[in-house]
Write a protein that binds this ligand. Structure first.
Ligand SMILES: [Zn+2]
Length: 50
């Protein structure tokens, strides 16, 4: 049974998309992160919606 509940999809998308990605190592960081948690680089970009 596929998930079709729009509320669930919205929550899921928020959790997945509301993150920052390190340009150096590709690690996912919390949206409030300033430094990468893995390599401590400040080269983070927000993950964009499509
Ligand atoms: Zn990194």
């Amino acid at each position: 049974m596929p998930i079709t509940d729009p509320e669930l999809i919205a929550i899921f998308e928020k959790r997945v998309l509301n993150k920052k990605v390190c340009r150096k190592c590709g690690a996912l960081n919390p949206p409030s992160a300033v430094k990468c948690r893995r390599c401590r680089s400040k080269n983070l970009r927000p993950k964009k919606k499509r």
